[in-house]
Design a protein around this ligand. Structure first.
Ligand code: FES
Ligand code: FES
Length: 175
């Protein structure tokens, strides 16, 4: 057994005793009832199970949860798909996902949305040129698998979120 304490979507959880072999995916879904984080391949290959990990320096990255022990998240600050909307207000990215019909069965959507959110926050700190936007989005979403093959829609949805506020996310956004 191991002791787990972490922050999820701005709220502190634990300390709680969990089995050493409990995965983070099972902790979120079975212990906390946060079923928005999906379990796809179970082999760290599809990223449908990815959550956002916030680093102390203010940067973020996504991390799979399916084969990762919950204990490895001890002391960390993470965000799940349940943490995006605030007071019922969807984020710009959630809105563009809906507007672009980006999801079909929706199984991979939390992972794509988390990755897109990480990208938007990165672009806010380090904007890219408009000409590099498609390459940047493609590289960011690379690794996320969609069995319904909705890749183009996801790409378009993220691009629309960036272009909704170009001066915020692009170097040459004001031009
Ligand atoms: S379910 Fe975790 S990477 Fe596929
Ligand atoms: S929308 Fe079905 S797996 Fe991606």
């Amino acid at each position: 057994m191991t002791t787990l304490a972490l922050t999820i979507n701005g709220r502190a959880y634990g300390p709680i005793e969990v089995r050493d072999d409990l995965t983070m995916n099972d902790f979120l879904r079975e212990y906390l009832g946060m079923t928005g984080t999906k379990y796809g391949c179970g082999a760290a290959q599809c990223l449908s199970c990815a959550v956002i990990v916030d680093r102390p320096d203010g940067t973020s990255h996504t991390n799979p949860t399916c084969i990762v022990p919950a204990s490895s998240f001890n002391g960390k600050t993470i965000r799940t798909i349940e943490g995006h909307a605030k007071n019922g207000e969807l984020t710009i990215l959630q809105k563009t996902f809906i507007e672009h019909f980006a999801f079909q069965c929706g199984y991979c959507t939390p992972g794509f949305l988390n990755e897109g959110q990480v990208l938007l926050e990165r672009l806010e700190k380090t904007p890219v040129a408009h000409a590099d936007l498609d390459t940047t989005i493609g590289e960011a979403l690379d690794g996320h698998l969609c069995r319904c093959t909705g890749y183009v829609k996801y790409h378009e949805a993220v691009r629309a979120a960036v272009l909704a506020e170009p001066t915020r996310f692009l170097k040459d956004g004001a031009q």
